[in-house]
Ligand binder design. Structure first.
Ligand SMILES: Nc1nc2c(c(=O)[nH]1)N[C@H]1C(S)=C(S)[C@@H](COP(=O)(O)OP(=O)(O)OC[C@H]3O[C@@H](n4cnc5c(=O)[nH]c(N)nc54)[C@H](O)[C@@H]3O)O[C@H]1N2
Ligand SMILES: Nc1nc2c(c(=O)[nH]1)N[C@H]1C(S)=C(S)[C@@H](COP(=O)(O)OP(=O)(O)OC[C@H]3O[C@@H](n4cnc5c(=O)[nH]c(N)nc54)[C@H](O)[C@@H]3O)O[C@H]1N2
Ligand code: SF4
Ligand SMILES: [Mo]
Length: 709
């Protein structure tokens, strides 16, 4: 007899953590709908979340771990056996060459399983290796770099509620549910949230070459030539300073280098900036006026800014705009209190000094790169593996990521991953990375594990927490990600520590115990959450931003020497003439609603198409003599790929977009199964200093019709 039940839970495919009602028939997830009783997400879901059942039990779901066979195929292996074998090989490698010969790469999906990041990092710390990598350094690590160079204001930043302006640059929250850092309002149900903010009087300015879903709602949309954000923000700051639209009082108290910055920005006149960015001078000044004369609201940036040339400088200048306009919380204002489960220090109106961690501590032998928040830049990972040397990386563990598609220069990445003595990935399917791995460990997926929202609470607009039990039994022989890492630690004889506590390696805690342990400094007990299956509004403690301690003089440094040098370089390029020519385009990044990075391709009901098209304006398509769907070849300095050209009127003329996370390992594959954009990018040239961020947007390419066979 078949059994049917409906359970309350929340989705864990992206940061929105949408409340869901899950229909389960015979222990399988058959339907997911939004939970209207979830006070944060109020019934909102997206197509990805509604298709979680297919994601969990589709044909590509791994329910047993695999081991590579000598002929290059795969055979099933029990997770205990795999863990022992991997542990033994890692121990050998460490004994022979030291812990730095083992690297860890942390991907996007590990962040949506609360326990994984805690436990995987605990395993890695116990191992003692410095070779820690994550997607952050191929994403928005400019956001780590800015406070590390200028210092960080510890009072918190203004939020969207009560804002009379918001400026989004290079982010499309209506698709990505991201919206840049620092405000959770546009994470779940972004369109309705944005509408109500606008109805309440918030002016919206968007800087994006594409007329995105978000830009279409803007009061003012600047559509610059891609890759010009650093200069554009230099222009905005210049206008705000020259017109006196900044907060003198805040600057006098908390800012150093304002005068020097003003002088350094002298070349960034509205005329020259507008010409370089290919926007109207009047729009530039108007954007500065709307932003600078408002009372509250911030600039937030996304990947479009952090992927471009001079990305670290662009992010620095975007943040500078917030700072000079004083868009930070002052002593006595209500403090941010979203850290319900995790806890943390009380906001205070003072500045923490720059950390510049890459200048001290561990240095990689690859160009002497140092660390940011304990991580090395991911774009050096292939060199770490390929270049011989004393601490050459010989083994790599990948946690919830797919570097084979995500890293720049796929050819080089493949060469590196195949040169390893040992590659292990923990993944729910045979990702492109799994296809070259020695072991693929099959983990549980959402609804198969208990969880709470500790890691995502930053994204809620108000203090909120939710807990979910596992709803369905584990299929096949999967384990929770964290269980694999504890097993590995045990096999290697390591003593692991989570949230300051030593784990009993022989009798590890349960998931529930660990979920409680990681919240030991929070304001609420996860036990209390069980009484609130739809989630719980956590009372605001009523705290306000504490005043600056007497005698404290630390200030934000707007123009450190390296920042000044980058600014001078960027402004010296201002009169450069852009590439032009009939088939010359700038390749830009964008995201799709129905997939998240490489996840969702091939899942029934998720991705709309079986491939990722090359989006061009209808005008450019006609100019190239192309019909919709024609096959084109995109050629950059680093490689060439084939794709199907699709018209998209929201694109900027002269640009072509190809979404990342698609394609295969086959360098000769046609476009029918998707195209890996990272065959056009490079991890070795045009990189940013410090975080070695590659360029993922504004890449010069040629677009031509593919030769007919
Ligand atoms: N549905 C869905 N959601 C996702 C993801 C996904 O793949 N799908 N990925 C998740 C991840 S890992 C991340 S990091 C976030 C990212 O979240 P976002 O940063 O919001 O990513 P996008 O939606 O691609 O928005 C980037 C915007 O930058 C614009 N852009 C491109 N080049 C430039 C440029 O040179 N200058 C400027 N100013 N803009 C430019 C693009 O047109 C695009 O609209 O989204 C997360 N959410
Ligand atoms: N050219 C170009 N390159 C880019 C980007 C771009 O826009 N353009 N974007 C960059 C950005 S912002 C990012 S974040 C990276 C993305 O880089 P990654 O995070 O490495 O890529 P994902 O495709 O998100 O990989 C997630 C993997 O986790 C697996 N997975 C799903 N659920 C689970 C689970 O429960 N447990 C485990 N262990 N695994 C699971 C999925 O099957 C998938 O293989 O790519 C970067 N690279
Ligand atoms: S936006 Fe979609 S994928 Fe993200 S949590 Fe909500 S339902 Fe899941
Ligand atoms: Mo990302």
């Amino acid at each position: 007899m078949s059994s049917q039940r409906i359970e309350v839970s929340y989705c864990r495919i992206c940061a929105a953590s949408c409340g869901t009602l899950v229909e389960i028939v015979d222990d399988r997830v058959t339907k997911v709908v939004g939970d209207r009783d979830n006070p944060m997400t109020r019934g909102f879901t997206c197509v990805k979340g509604r298709r979680a059942g297919e994601l969990m039990s589709g044909p590509d779901r791994l329910t047993r771990s695999r081991r590579r066979t000598p002929d290059g195929g795969y055979e099933p292996v029990s997770v205990d056996r795999a863990t022992e074998e991997i542990g033994a090989r890692l121990s050998e490698i460490v004994a022979e060459r030291g812990p730095d010969s083992v690297a860890l790469f942390m991907g996007t999906q590990q962040a949506f399983t609360t326990l994984t990041p805690f436990v995987v990092k605990s395993w890695f710390r116990a191992l003692g290796s410095h070779k820690l990598f994550s997607t952050m350094t191929i994403d928005q690590s400019a956001k780590w770099l800015v406070p590390a160079r200028m210092g960080e204001y510890l009072g918190g930043m203004q939020g969207m509620v009560g804002a009379d302006v918001w400026l989004f640059a290079g982010t499309n929250p209506l698709v990505s549910a991201s919206g840049g850092d620092g405000d959770g309002l546009l994470v779940a149900d972004p369109i309705n949230q944005l509408k109500s903010l606008q109805a309440a009087g918030m002016k919206l300015v968007v800087i994006d070459p594409r007329r995105t879903e978000t830009a279409a709602r803007a009061d003012l949309h600047l559509r610059p030539r891609p890759g010009t954000d650093a200069v554009l923000f230099a222009g905005l700051v210049q206008v705000v300073l020259e017109r006196g639209w900044y907060d003198e009082e805040f600057c006098a108290e908390f800012v150093d280098g304002l005068k020097e910055l003003r002088e350094a920005l002298a070349p960034a006149t509205p005329d020259r900036v507008a010409a370089f960015c290919d926007i109207d001078r009047a729009d530039l000044v108007e954007a500065a006026r709307i932003f600078g004369t408002a009372r509250r609201g911030r600039v937030t940036t996304g990947t479009g800014v952090c992927f471009g040339p001079h990305s670290n400088l662009a992010e620095h200048l975007a943040d500078t705009l917030n700072i000079v306009c004083g868009r930070l919380l002052r002593a006595g204002e209500p403090a941010w209190a979203g850290n319900a489960l995790l806890g943390g220090s009380a906001p205070t109106a003072r500045v923490a000094p720059p950390t510049r961690t890459w200048e001290t501590g561990f240095r990689s032998r690859i160009d002497g790169h140092g660390t940011i928040r304990g991580e090395l830049p991911s774009s050096i990972l292939p060199e770490e593996i390929l270049r011989p040397g004393p601490d050459q990386v010989r083994a790599l563990v990948v946690s919830g990521g797919n570097p084979m598609l995500a890293l720049p220069d796929q050819r080089r990445t493949r060469q590196a991953l195949e040169a390893l003595e040992l590659l292990v990935t923990v993944d729910t399917r045979m990702s492109e990375t799994a296809q070259v791995a020695d072991y693929v460990i099959a983990p549980t997926m959402l609804y198969e594990r208990a969880d709470h929202t500790a890691l995502m609470e930053f994204f809620y607009p108000e203090p909120f927490a939710q807990w979910t039990p596992a709803l369905v039994p584990r299929p096949g022989e999967v384990v929770e990600d964290w269980e694999f890492y504890v097993g590995l630690g045990r096999a290697m004889g390591l003593q692991m520590k989570v949230a300051g506590q030593f784990l009993d390696m022989e009798n590890p805690p349960t998931s529930e115990d660990l979920l409680a342990l990681v919240t030991s400094r929070g304001r609420i007990d996860p036990e209390a959450l069980r009484a609130h299956p739809h989630g719980m509004r956590v009372p605001h403690p009523g705290s306000v931003v504490a005043p600056r301690p007497t005698g404290d003089t630390q200030r934000l440094d707007l123009l450190a020497a390296d920042v000044a040098a980058e600014l001078a370089t960027a402004l010296a390029e201002i009169d450069d003439v852009a590439l032009s020519g009939d088939d010359r385009f700038l390749l830009v990044s964008r995201r799709l609603k129905e997939v998240i990075n490489s996840l969702g391709r091939g899942v029934t009901g998720m991705a709309k198409l079986p491939y990722n098209p090359a989006y061009l304006t209808p005008g450019d398509l006609a100019r190239l003599g192309l019909e919709p769907g024609d096959e084109v070849v995109l050629t950059s300095e680093s490689g060439a790929v084939r794709a199907y050209a699709h018209p998209d009127a929201t694109m900027r003329a002269g640009t072509v977009a190809l979404v990342h996370g698609w394609g295969s390992l086959d360098p000769d594959a046609g476009p029918e199964g998707g195209t890996n954009v990272n065959r056009l990018t490079t991890g070795r040239d045009a990189l940013q200093p410090i975080n070695r961020m590659p360029r993922f947007t504004a890449i010069p390419v040629r677009v031509r019709r593919a030769q007919q066979a």
